[in-house]
Design a protein around this ligand. Structure first.
Ligand SMILES: Nc1ncnc2c1ncn2[C@@H]1O[C@H](COP(=O)(O)OP(=O)(O)OP(=O)(O)O)[C@@H](O)[C@H]1O
Length: 412
């Protein structure tokens, strides 16, 4: 019997089939061990060299961390996103996709990981629990905690404050009033241009270091243009409300305003406020004419704007109904880095405002859109029409007065 077994074993070891199986087994075991060692080394490295902070959407810290990531522009740079909703029937709302996303902050490699726990339902709407973990390599945990604190400070500042309007009177700033807050999603536009503008500003405010390390002055200029009643002033107020900023407004047509007043006024504008120059074409429709129409000179205006560089973190917003009349020097990058057009809106967008006026009347909203057909309307004319018919949704849906008005324009 013994010799039989010995004989079998000797034959088996000698066979190619057995030897191949054995080699495969050894190889598999080696891979298994390597994977285990790698996992342990990774866990050890993470414990040793990485700090992390985990929050979930049952706590306020979650929102604060999200706001911080948003203001630092981290969310904007993410390429993997998932749609989480639809806003006013058109622009979708996106959130970072589940999983890990990498970013650099303060020269350190960081990541945040978003995961959904479908089985754990939280909040009034019973949505899934969301867990957010931020990790920093070679960092300190206090830094991560300070992100939450900074996010909390941003939320507190933005939620409580209504924008204060300051107006330049000669050479001093008059604190005129608190302006009612206006939500960004009350601004009608045919795409997500308003959200993009807001993201651009939020990124600017949150990235002083980015400018400093590149030796670029930390300031940004915006030109909003479009026909009257398309929301230029409204956008400014909504952005100020959203970002917790005040408004410092200058009327270039003010009688008696001198170049020197303007220069010192802009340089001493309330810190952190948007510097607003409205209807800039009314005073300056080109170098030559500008000198004649206003108390200030065109070169005085350019000097005053450039002098604003002294005030770091300055946002300048200019508006005009006639961009084509402006001297290119006034709106070149550095003075107006972002040009944004606001215009009459198509029927589909107009119907969104109809829905806000008459939330229960979906069929009438569709009828209203049909009545407008291919026409575009300025939001101001649209708002005026709906206000005039606020008690009568059926009459409002005919759009008769609106279509007859001079403000409705045919589609191109
Ligand atoms: N895009 C818009 N979305 C929502 N409401 C708007 C929009 N545009 C204008 N409105 C409404 O129309 C009115 C006038 O708007 P606003 O003053 O912002 O327009 P404007 O473009 O600055 O006009 P102007 O060039 O005449 O100063 C406001 O009551 C505002 O609520």
């Amino acid at each position: 019997m013994d010799s039989f077994l010995t004989d079998m074993l000797t034959r088996a070891v000698g066979s190619d089939f057995f030897a191949g199986g054995l080699a495969l087994g050894v190889f598999g075991a080696a891979i298994g061990i390597l994977r285990m060692v790698y996992g342990m080394a990774r866990a050890q490295a993470r414990r040793r060299w990485a700090v992390s902070l985990t929050v979930d959407n049952r706590s306020e810290a979650y929102r604060h961390l999200y706001v911080w990531l948003d203001r630092k522009g981290v969310l904007r740079r993410i390429r993997q996103v998932q749609a989480t909703g639809v806003r006013a029937g058109r622009a979708e709302i996106f959130a970072p996709a589940e999983g890990r996303h990498w970013f650099l902050q303060g020269g350190r490699l960081c990541s945040f990981e978003r995961s959904l726990r479908e089985k754990t339902r939280v909040g009034g709407d019973g949505g899934p629990m969301e867990v957010l973990t931020v990790t920093m390599l070679f960092g300190r945990s206090e830094v991560l905690r300070s992100w939450v604190d900074d996010g909390a400070a941003i939320c507190a500042a933005e939620e409580e404050r209504a924008p204060i309007l300051h107006v330049l009177r000669g050479d001093w700033w008059d604190h005129v009033c608190e302006m009612p807050r206006r939500a960004l999603d009350t601004i009608l536009a045919e795409d997500d241009r308003i959200e993009r503008l807001r993201d651009d500003m939020a990124w600017f405010y949150g990235n002083e270091d980015w400018y400093r390390t590149r030796g670029v002055p930390w300031r940004r200029g915006y030109l909003l243009y479009g026909p009257p009643g398309t929301g230029k002033s409204s956008v400014i107020r909504a952005l100020a409300s959203d970002l917790g900023k005040d408004l410092a407004s200058v009327s270039l047509a003010s009688p008696g305003l001198s170049d020197e007043d303007l220069r010192s006024g802009l340089a001493s504008a309330p810190k952190g406020a948007f510097l607003v120059l409205e209807d800039i074409d009314a005073s300056f429709a080109g170098r030559g004419q500008g000198e004649a129409r206003s108390g200030i000179s065109f070169s005085g205006l350019l000097n005053a704007i450039d002098g604003v560089a002294a005030q770091e973190g300055r946002v300048l917003v200019m508006t005009t109904n006639h961009p084509e009349r402006l001297d290119p020097a006034l709106i070149r990058p550095g003075r107006a880095d972002v040009h944004l057009e606001l215009g009459p809106v198509p029927a589909s967008v107009a119907a969104d405002l109809f829905r806000r006026f008459f939330p229960e009347e979906e069929a009438l909203a569709r009828r209203f859109a049909e009545a407008l057909g291919p026409r575009r309307v300025t939001p101001a004319a649209l708002q005026g029409w709906l206000l005039s018919q606020a008690q009568d949704p059926v009459a409002a849906s005919s759009a008769e007065g609106l279509v007859a008005g001079a403000e409705a324009v045919a589609a191109e």
